[in-house]
Design a protein around this ligand. Sequence first.
Ligand code: PBG
Length: 332
Amino acid sequence: MSETVGRQRPRRNRRTSAWRSLVREHHLQVSDLVLPLFVCEGSHYRQQIAALPGRCRTSIDEMLDDVQEADALGIRAVALFPVIPDAQKDAHASASADEQGLLPRAIRALKQAYPHIQVIGDVAMDPYSSDGHDGIVGPDGAIENDATLPILCRMAVAQAQAGIDCVAPSDMMDGRVGAIRDALDAAGYPTVAIMSYCVKYASAFYGPFRQALDSAPRHGDKKTYQMDPANSREALRELALDVDEGADMVMVKPGLPYLDVVSAVRQASPVPVAVYHVSGEYAMLHAAAQQGWLDYQSCLLESLLACKRAGADCIFTYAACDAARALGGNGG
Ligand code: PBG
């Protein structure tokens, strides 16, 4: 044996595909994936979202077709976001409390057609707000935390009445998890879960999503409520508060640029951790693939696997169907 070869040869565990699969530490499964869907008014309506290639805004009937596709691929959860017409937006996001509003109707239709699909409802003012903010804008332009909480509570209860499985407050107001928990319990919905967007950064990677919903802030930015990308210790403070207030699950968002945070939250969290592979991450993959610079499928699976390795229990991704197909469909 050559003297240059030591006893330690990590490559022995990489020799064959079969051996690599024996020693693999992390696995991406179809059951890890959550598909976000953008729903709008109308019927037989389907409009491509330019910055999210392959994803559409759809009316409720067309959304059911997308859910059928996802269901056939083995995806078990979807996250719903409403596209609200400008005429229905106002400073108090009034449309969000309407039990017959767009999102509650979408939830009812979905749970009726696919009772086994887990439906996660976004709770935040921005799709309904004429200011494009996640909280009430005060006279001085500041986002008013406590005035926003009752609006979020009414929104969550309206979704619960429609049969939602889980509400997902994505607004980053302080104290909203506890307030929503109390409101759901008082309204008779103790089994509706709360997935808190617990560690959500003020990220420029949300651009395509805001185009999809036409929900960009009309003035200012979200830096007084979403987290500073420079901070990670603060993530553990947010985690402790949301768990204390009753969060059943927490989310870190965005995904890839924040995997250090995912890992820290995973280690500290007593509840499951979701990661949001956000719109900008999806758009970047597509843009590079369109140029012929990256292989879409390989880079997608690698990105999602990296989220799992960092500690994600589940992953929100616009590419859920693509990933499910690549993983071989049902069950992964
Ligand atoms: C807003 C919300 C945003 C996303 C999910 N919920 C955008 C924002 O905070 O402005 C972004 C998701 C994505 O970029 O994929 N409540």
